[in-house]
Structures are given as C-alpha cells and as structure tokens.
Design a protein around this ligand. Structure first.
Ligand SMILES: NC(=O)C1=CN([C@@H]2O[C@H](COP(=O)(O)OP(=O)(O)OC[C@H]3O[C@@H](n4cnc5c(N)ncnc54)[C@H](OP(=O)(O)O)[C@@H]3O)[C@@H](O)[C@H]2O)C=CC1
Ligand SMILES: CC(=O)C(=O)O
Ligand SMILES: [Mg+2]
Length: 422
C-alpha cells in the first residue's frame, strides 16, 4: 500500500462522519401520534404480544434481519492479536458488507474477555437479541471451542466466518481453479501455510470435497506439522503427516496448490518456481498476501493466482459467503448453519463463475471482459446474482436438512436488496 492509499483509507473512515455505518428509522416519527405508537404508550402492545408468544419478536422487532458481528480482536485479519477495540473497523466493515450485499442489519460487538469461557458466557447471555451471530477474527485454537459452545447454547445460527465463510469460498474457487488447470482435486499435492481458524476449516472442507489428506502438507510458525512433532494441538494433529519434510522449501517442491492463511510475504519467488505445472496459489492473508501476484506471475506465467483483496483479480474472500449465507439462513429462520447449507453455498458460488458476467460487474471493475478462466475463477462481490443464487441454495438446503423453522421463502428469488422483506 502506498502512503497516499493509507491516508485515503484513514480519511475514508474519518470523514465526513466517523465510521462506516449508522442506524436508520423505518417508521414515521414526525407527529405526537407517531411517537405515541413508537414509544409510550403504543410500544406496550408489542411487548405484551412478545411476552405472550416469543415468536412474535420476529413480527414486531428487527431481530429477524439483525446479525451481530462479534470479535475479541485476537486475530484481526493477518495483523494479529491487537485487541477488541482495534477490531472495530473490521467489524463495522463486515456490517457494511452485510447491508450492502444482502440487506442485513448488523451490530458490531467487541468483547473484552479474559478467557474463552468469559467470551462464551458474555455472548450466550445476549444472543437472543439477534437473528444470527457472525463470529469474526477470533484466533485458533480458542475459536473452535467458542463456536462449538455457542452453537450448542444458542437457538440462532452461530457462524465463525473466518472458518466457514473462508472455507466455502476457498473450496468454490479451488474446484474451479483445478478444473481450469486440468487437475483433479483427488490427485493434487496441497501445501497450506497456516494452521489456524481459516486454514483448519479450509483444509477440512477441501478434504470433504475430495482432496487427499496424504498429499496435504500443513505448516505453522514452526514448520511442517508432522507426526513426530510434539506439542501440537488436536486441530493441527488432524493434519499431521508421516513425513520427513520440515520446511516450506521441502513442502513446496512439486506442489500443485499453495493456500496461504498465515502471514504476509511468506512465499518466495524461488519457492513458486519449484511448484508443479499450472500451479494454483491462493495467497489469502489480508491485507498483504503471502506473495504479491505480480511476483508470482513473473516467475510462473502459468500460475492461477488468487488473493483476499479487492484490487487484484480472483478475490477469494469470505465476503462472497457470509452475507448470502446469513440471508438464506435468516429467511427460513434456520436454527443453525449446517454442513448441507455450506456445501450448497460452495456449489452455488462455483457454478455462478461459469455464467456470463453482467455489464454492471465489468463497469464496477472498469474492465472490458471477464469470463471463466485463469483471471476469473470466482464471482466478484458486486455481482447481484449472488444474492439470489447463494441465498436460495442455502435456504433450500436448510429446509431439506430440517433446520428451517419457516418454509422456503415465497418472495424468492431475490433480485435486489430492497426485496429482502418480501
Ligand atoms: N481471504 C479471506 O477470506 C480470509 C483470510 N484470512 C487470513 O488468514 C490469516 C489467518 O487468519 P486466522 O486463521 O483467522 O488466524 P489464526 O490466528 O487462527 O491463525 C493464524 C495461523 O497462521 C500461522 N502463521 C502466522 N504467521 C506465520 C508465519 N510467519 N509462518 C507460519 N505460519 C504463520 C499461525 O501459526 P501458529 O499456529 O504457529 O501460531 C496460525 O496457524 C490472516 O492473515 C487472515 O487475514 C482469514 C480469514 C478469511
Ligand atoms: C477476510 C477476513 O475475514 C480476514 O482476513 O480475517
Ligand atoms: Mg476475518
């Protein structure tokens, strides 16, 4: 990032008013009668109705279209553990994306918790306020325990975006990239740099999609995760290989795929040179990827390259997932986001990339053409068709898998965020 761009980012967040989101009114408040309806005495009526039947909360309040974006700031993007307050711009940012792409209202909640249990207790006590909970930027391994406990304790969808949102988008992009490279997921050698929230979930989903665990090498700060290494947690142990490889240099030799969910600049041009033909590199660390696309391309013109960023082609980022996954889940009032819903989202995303790209998308990215291929393996976030395709696939899967509390929405397909209330 140039200094000018860094300043522009600060100015964007500061001006003309601080932050990126505000609350808007949805009902008239001009007259005394309006106020009497909105507040005292009128507000007593929905209170009584909700006390009589809790389901009425969805009828008389904004709960059904409200998602909390909750973090402890322990893994903010790839910037590390900078604490809850520093995570607020990212959490507001997730709220912007929820609203912009899926018409979902959100609140950001930054929790200062001394332990995973304190975090769980804090969130569990207020969870009923929202229609869903998007956990964000919580580091591994604590994130696994936190998400599991909150799913068990809450009757609304709880979804750790860095795990599942990232995994869904990565799997969709990977299946397309491998198809373009003429390789089959069962055969490829995969190197995963990182063994945290995103990496573990992405590799689990790639294995569920057919990747061979014997050909998957995972690395953390201490190098290759192998069976004779001591002191690895249970999540990393799932991916421990019986191997002599110890470093990224060892692992990258002949690899078909590199997935980076770790830290900036960790993959060198010399290492990219050692990869197999038509290498697939997803350097997904934000904001600065494991390798700059231009550097990878210079040494390997045959590379299929993706990053997590909006300013390079092939943005493999959970923004393509969480807005639309929650849209579908909220619209059928799902109690959880299960594996069937995640798989449905993978296929919806993967398939949409193969359709012709609308002019609005070309205009937004100021380019003349985009079509399925090396520079376009996955749709862009501004593609309005995501709202229909992903949300409806997720809603349908929720209904079919028995976690929906409402039928498939009569007002689907969604063509616009203004249609979300039917
Ligand atoms: N594009 C996207 O949509 C997304 C991208 N990400 C990116 O993925 C990265 C990880 O996020 P997340 O999983 O939430 O964070 P976690 O803190 O849970 O995990 C970070 C992992 O990266 C490893 N790591 C960090 N630095 C290095 C290094 N120098 N060498 C080797 N491994 C390293 C850590 O190793 P160790 O276990 O040894 O500490 C750990 O396994 C971030 O950069 C984030 O921006 C995350 C979610 C979505
Ligand atoms: C995109 C995102 O969620 C992350 O980098 O953490
Ligand atoms: Mg994140």
């Amino acid at each position: 990032m140039t200094d000018a761009f860094k300043q522009a980012a600060l100015d964007y967040h500061a001006n003309p008013i601080p932050g990126k989101l505000s609350v808007e009114l949805t009902k008239p408040t001009a007259t005394g009668r309006d106020l009497a309806l909105a507040y005292s005495p009128g507000v007593a009526e929905p209170v009584r109705e909700i006390a009589r039947d809790g389901e009425n909360v969805y009828r008389y309040t904004g709960k059904g279209n409200l998602v909390a974006v909750i973090s402890d700031g322990s893994a903010i993007l790839g910037l590390g553990n900078l604490g809850p307050m520093a995570s607020k711009p990212v959490m507001e940012g997730k709220g912007v994306l929820f609203k912009r792409f899926a018409g979902i209202n959100s609140v950001d909640v930054e929790v200062n918790a001394e332990s995973p249990q304190a975090f769980i207790d804090t969130v569990a006590r207020i969870a009923d306020t929202w229609g869903g909970i998007n956990l964000e930027d919580i580091k591994a391994p604590e994130c696994f325990e936190i998400e599991k406990a909150l799913i068990e304790q809450c009757n609304i969808p709880v979804f750790h975006d860095d795990q599942h949102g990232t995994a869904i988008v990565t799997a969709a992009g990977m299946l397309n990239a491998l198809d373009i490279a003429g390789k089959s997921i069962e055969d490829v050698k995969i190197v995963c740099m990182g063994a945290g929230a995103a990496a573990i979930a992405c590799m689990r989903l790639l294995v569920a999609c057919g990747a061979s665990q014997d050909k998957l090498v995972m690395l953390d700060r201490r190098g290759v995760i192998h069976k004779s290494r001591e002191g690895i947690n249970a999540y990393k142990a799932e991916f421990a290989l019986d191997t002599d490889m110890r470093t990224l240099d060892d692992a990258i030799d002949g690899a078909d795929v590199f997935v980076g969910l770790s830290g900036p600049g960790l993959l060198s041009a010399d290492q990219v040179k050692k990869m197999a033909a038509d290498p697939v590199i997803f350097a997904c660390t934000n904001p600065d990827p494991e390798i700059h696309p231009a550097v990878a391309r210079e040494v390997r013109p045959d590379v299929i390259m993706a990053t997590g960023r909006s300013d390079f082609p092939n943005q493999v980022n959970n923004v393509l997932g969480f807005p639309f996954i929650f849209r579908g889940a909220l619209d059928v009032r799902a109690t959880r986001i299960n594996e069937a819903m995640k798989v449905a989202a993978v296929h919806a995303l993967k398939d949409l990339a193969r359709d012709p790209v609308p002019q609005e998308v070309l205009d937004a990215y100021e380019c003349d053409e985009m079509h399925f291929g090396r520079e376009y393996i996955i749709p862009t976030p501004v593609d309005i068709r995501l709202l229909d395709r992903v949300s409806s696939a997720v809603a349908q899967a929720a209904v079919e898998s028995g976690v929906a509390r409402k039928p498939y929405p009569a007002h689907y397909p969604l063509k616009n965020v203004n249609d979300v209330y039917g």
